[in-house]
Design a protein around this ligand. Structure first.
Ligand code: MNH
Length: 459
C-alpha cells in the first residue's frame, strides 16, 4: 500500500507550499491529520517524512528495538546552539550516554523535592507581580510563565538568578533563544545554497548563538573561580560527576551544551503547559470550580508545602488533561533501525524520517472516545490514566530519550497552579477568546490574556 500524500511540486515537494505553516505547525498537522488519517507522507526536497497520528501506529514506533530518535530537520539545526547536549545528541553519540548517566540521578525524585524552596522563591515573584498589577490589568500569562520557568531552571540548575521579573522586556537570553529557535525551524526548510545567501538572517542567527554561549560560559567561569559557592546543584554535578560506566566526566564544551539545553528545553515547554492549563480551566468552569475546591481543602490558607503536592489529585489530572490536548512539543522524530512494515501494510525504509504527531495521538478517538477533543480531567483519575493502552499519552517523549526534566516541570507546575488559584480568581480578558496557537520550537497559546482577581480572605 502506498502511504497517502498530499499533492506536491517538483523538486521542493511540500516545502514552501503552505502545507506546513512554520509559525503554526500544530495547525498544519491537524489539517493534514483530518484529511489523511493515521499515516501520511510529506516530502521536502526529495526527502520523505512519514507522519503517524494513531495510537496503534505510534505504539509500533515507540518500540525501541525497531525505531530510535532521529536528530534531523529543525532539531538538527538546534545543534548549532546546543551541540551534543542531551536533547540534540545523535542516537548512539558517546557523550549522550556519559551525560545521561551522570545527570539522570540529579533529576531523580529526591533531588527535585530538594528544589522546592528555590522553585517557591521564583513562584512568589510571579504572584507578587500579578497581585500588584491588580484585577484591571490584562496579563499575558505566557510571558510571565516563561519568566517563571526560565528563572526557575537557571536558579535550580546553576544557582544563577536571571531576575526576569525585574525587567520590562523578556531577558536578552530568552529573546535570543526565541529568535534562534524560530530560525532553526525556517532553516530546516531552506536548501543550504539559498541559506548561504541570507546574510542578515545568518548574522542574526550567529549573534543569537553567541549571546547564549557567552552567558553559559560566564556562569561556568564564575563557578570555577568561586569554588566556595559550589552548591550541590546540577552545574556542580556536571563539573564533578564521573560516569559510573566509563569513569569519564563531561568536557567543558559538553557542559556548556547541557546548560544551553536545559535553558532551552526547560522553559518554553513548561510555560506552554501552564498557559494552556489556564486557558482550559477558564473554558471549563466545572473543572475550575472543582480544582479550586480541592486546593482550598488541601492548602487552606497555609503557605504551600511539599506535603501538599501528592494530595492535589485533581490538579494532577488537570495538568495531564491539559498537556494531552495541547502538547508543547508536538512532534517526536524517529527512524527505523532496518527496513520495516508498520500497521501490517506500510513499508518504511531504513533511514526514513518519521514523526509521531503527539496532538493526533492524544486525540485518537479509539483511545479517548468520541469526546476526545473535550477537556475532561476526570478521564485521568481513579486509575484510568494508568490503565490507558500503551503509548497513548506521550507529551514527554519516549524511552531512553524521554524528557529528563519531567519531574522538575511537574513539581513546578503543580506548585504554580495551586498557589495561583489559592490566591486569585482567573477571568478571560476577552470572554469570546478562541484558542489560537503560535510556534517557535514549541507551541503556545497566541494572544491569550487574562485577569487575576485577589480572592477575599486569601493569603
Ligand atoms: Mn523536556 C526531552 C517535553 C520540560 C529537559 N522533553 C524532551 C522530549 C519531550 C519533552 C517531548 C523528547 C524530545 C524528543 O524525543 O525529541 N519537556 C517536555 C515538556 C516539558 C519539559 C512537555 C514541560 C512541560 N525538559 C523540561 C525541563 C527540562 C527538560 C524543565 C530541564 C530542566 N527535555 C529535557 C532534556 C531532554 C528533554 C535535557 C532530552 C533528554 C535526552 O534525550 O536525553
Amino acid at each position: 500500500e502506498p502511504i497517502p500524500s498530499p499533492p506536491a511540486y517538483p523538486i521542493v515537494g511540500h516545502a514552501h507550499t503552505g502545507v506546513i505553516d512554520p509559525v503554526n505547525t500544530a495547525q498544519s498537522y491537524r489539517i493534514l491529520r483530518e484529511k489523511y488519517g493515521p499515516i501520511y507522507q510529506l516530502n521536502f526536497y526529495g526527502k520523505p517524512f512519514v507522519v503517524v497520528t494513531s495510537q496503534k501506529l505510534v505504539n509500533e514506533l515507540c518500540d525501541e528495538t525497531r525505531f530510535h530518535k532521529f536528530v534531523s530537520g529543525a532539531l538538527e539545526e538546534v545543534r548549532h546552539g546546543a551541540g551534543d547536549g542531551l536533547f540534540t545528541a545523535y542516537h548512539g553519540e558517546e557523550s549522550w550516554g556519559i551525560a545521561h548517566r551522570i545527570l539522570m540521578p540529579a533529576f531523580g525524585p529526591q533531588q527535585i523535592l530538594g528544589m522546592f524552596n528555590d522553585m517557591l522563591d521564583i513562584n512568589s515573584q510571579l504572584l507578587l507581580k500579578w497581585e500588584r498589577f491588580g484585577p484591571d490589568h490584562a496579563i499575558d500569562p505566557t510571558d510571565d510563565f516563561t519568566r517563571l520557568a526560565f528563572d526557575t531552571v537557571s536558579l535550580c540548575a546553576m544557582s544563577y538568578r536571571v531576575n526576569s521579573f525585574y525587567q520590562e522586556g523578556l531577558p536578552p537570553f530568552v529573546k535570543a533563544m526565541g529568535s534562534f529557535l524560530l530560525e532553526c525551524g525556517r532553516r530546516s526548510q531552506t536548501p543550504s545554497l539559498v541559506q548561504g545567501l541570507m546574510r542578515t538572517a545568518n548574522a542574526q542567527y550567529d549573534a543569537d548563538i553567541k549571546l547564549m554561549v557567552d552567558l553559559c560560559d560566564q556562569i561556568v567561569a564564575h563557578r570555577k573561580s568561586h569554588p566556595e559557592e559550589a552548591k550541590n546543584d546540577l552545574l556542580n554535578r556536571m563539573l564533578e560527576g564521573k560516569d559510573p560506566k566509563t569513569g569519564r566526566g563531561l568536557s567543558d564544551a559538553n557542559i556548556r551544551n547541557q546548560l544551553i539545553t536545559f535553558l532551552i528545553a526547560g522553559h518554553e515547554t513548561t510555560s506552554g503547559l501552564l498557559s494552556f492549563t489556564c486557558y482550559h480551566l477558564l473554558s471549563t468552569p466545572s473543572a475550575y470550580v472543582k480544582l479550586q475546591a480541592e486546593i482550598d481543602a488541601v492548602l487552606g490558607k497555609e503557605p504551600i508545602q511539599l506535603s501538599h503536592l501528592p494530595k492535589l489529585e485533581y490538579l494532577q489530572a488537570v495538568l495531564r488533561e491539559s498537556i494531552r490536548l495541547n502538547a508543547p512539543l508536538g512532534m517526536l522524530l524517529l527512524t527505523p533501525e532496518e527496513d520495516t512494515v508498520i500497521g501490517g501494510q506500510w513499508e518504511i525504509k531504513k533511514g526514513t524520517r518519521c514523526g509521531v504527531e503527539i496532538n493526533g495521538l492524544q486525540r485518537d478517538q479509539t483511545v479517548w472516545g468520541e469526546d476526545a477533543a473535550e477537556f475532561k480531567p476526570e478521564r485521568m483519575l481513579d486509575g484510568k490514566f494508568e490503565a490507558l493502552p500503551p503509548n497513548s499519552w506521550k507529551p514527554f517523549g519516549n524511552g531512553a530519550r524521554a524528557c529528563i526534566g519531567r519531574p522538575f516541570a511537574w513539581q513546578e507546575s503543580l506548585m504554580m497552579m495551586a498557589t495561583l488559584l489559592q490566591k486569585f480568581d482567573l477571568r478571560f480578558d476577552d470572554p469570546s477568546y478562541h484558542l489560537q496557537l503560535k510556534q517557535t520550537l514549541t507551541t503556545k497559546p497566541k494572544d491569550f490574556k487574562m485577569h487575576v482577581i485577589p480572592r477575599k480572605g486569601a493569603r
